[in-house]
Ligand binder design. Sequence first.
Ligand code: MAN
Length: 221
Amino acid sequence: MTVYALAAYLPPSFLSFIEDKVNTLKTFLEENGVLAKKDTDSASEPKAVTEARDRLRSSQQTLEEIRRTLSDHKADLEKDYGTASIFRALKDVCISKDSGEYEYEHCFMDATRQKPKKGGAAVTMGRFVRIGSVSSDELSETGEIVPVQKTSLEYANGQHCWNGPARSTTVILECGENNEILKVMEEEKCVYSMIVTTPAVCPGGEAEGNVAPRQSEKDEL
Ligand code: MAN
């Protein structure tokens, strides 16, 4: 039996007493954001609901940012920075050199690029793939030709060469006081090599605090 059917049997004074109580309760619930106000704009919703939705949205954004940071850190941990992570300090360090028509750039553990000096878009000459090694013949102090093993940084899958392969670069590292590009060569079309000096490969390496400060840190000195 519904309340309305029951109402027919109740005295009017009792009915208006109940109606009063119901209205008071409704107003209380509306003011506290539990019930939506029917008499105002139908598109509006209780303030508490709007605020809760805003809080949810902002928490979801924060969660997304944290997830992104976490995945960046995971990728960074999986990256090969060499034995004892000697190249970690060189991450984000970029060096460049003017050579012929181009300015060449090497961003350690990231990419190599070729920027036309006359203007125009930079060409990616490879993205970091691995740490490797190359052997080259050098003249020893006693005048003998001896093979010398050098650490290299391999960059591949750069911008495609017209009628040729995707550009790639082998960066050959040599011990030096500064991070510097000494020479850039293009032995075959779109296959480049760079000779780069860095304290990171000097005897003792970075483990002995041998890495040159980054440019920005240098400027602050
Ligand atoms: C550009 C440069 C050169 C390369 C040619 C190939 O001019 O990237 O280094 O040899 O393209 O077409």
